[in-house]
Write a protein that binds this ligand. Structure first.
Ligand code: MN
Length: 256
């Protein structure tokens, strides 16, 4: 039994690259939700690219197969080219992911997955970033994202959200049947790079490598990290207006 399609045209993108398994998951899910699915994704992995835009060199875009394109640029480049140039006609929704690994807490500021959704949002196209949490050294449980993405997209689409806001969705590191449900939560704390590894290379030259999290304080209920830790799908609305409005008001009263 398949449910009715709720979208005319969807753009799928990611930051892990055109060959990434999570992209195939999302394309498969999108085909059940939309009449027409377009994929425009980076040729190679751009995880950690953030919202970078390529402006100092030309970009090459090649058709991989019908309605599937690879760009030798960033996730942001892919969305910009897709929405402004490549895809004929309006796009109802941009789906970015499914990323290999969570985009929790401050990850959203480094994430190419979230940045692709940001770019769509800046172009007034609603967007959802999707990421599958996993533990290093263990297989990625793609079936969790695959099973639950359709319902998440349908629910979010029905609820709607304002312009200037994107949805950041993280699936927990659980098998599909063990996912507890969905929680709408705030962005937690998950600062990468606390762990700097200092070594010496085989030629005797020193190098440093920015490692993962050293401190793990993110089990708070009410945060994205806390939700996925407890086995829930975390949904966080992200606002692209970075103005801190309370602080703006306070400063106006003091400074003006
Ligand atoms: Mn990635």
């Amino acid at each position: 039994m398949s449910e009715a399609k709720i979208l005319d045209r969807v753009l799928v993108t990611n930051d892990d690259g055109i060959h990434a398994p999570g992209l195939k998951v999302l394309e498969h899910v999108a085909a059940g939700l939309a009449h027409e699915v377009w994929t425009v994704a980076p040729e190679v992995n751009h995880s950690g690219a953030g919202h970078s835009l390529t402006i100092k060199r030309p970009l090459r875009c090649h058709e991989v197969s019908d309605r599937r394109y690879a760009v030798d640029g960033t996730p942001t480049d892919c969305v910009l080219l897709a929405l402004q140039w490549l895809v004929p006609g309006p796009v109802d929704l941009v789906l970015s992911g499914v990323n290999r690994g969570g985009n929790l807490g401050e990850d959203v500021t480094y994430s190419g997955t979230v940045a692709a959704a940001m770019e769509a949002t800046l172009l007034d196209v609603p967007a959802i970033a999707m990421s599958q949490c996993f533990r290093g050294g263990h297989p990625v449980k793609w079936a969790a994202a695959e099973r639950h993405t359709p319902a998440v997209v349908r629910k979010l689409r029905a609820a709607g959200w304002p312009k200037g806001v994107l949805m950041n969705v993280n699936f927990p590191d659980r098998v599909a049947n063990a996912v507890q449900g969905l929680q709408v939560v705030r962005q937690g704390r998950a600062k990468l790079g606390d762990h700097i590894i200092e070594r010496v290379d085989p030629r005797g030259e020193p190098y440093v490598w920015i490692g993962g999290l050293k401190h793990d304080d993110g089990a708070d209920a009410g945060t994205d990290r806390g939700a996925v830790r407890r086995g829930f799908i975390a949904v966080t609305p992200i606002h692209l207006d970075m103005t801190h409005h309370a602080e703006l008001a306070r400063l106006v009263s003091i400074l003006e």
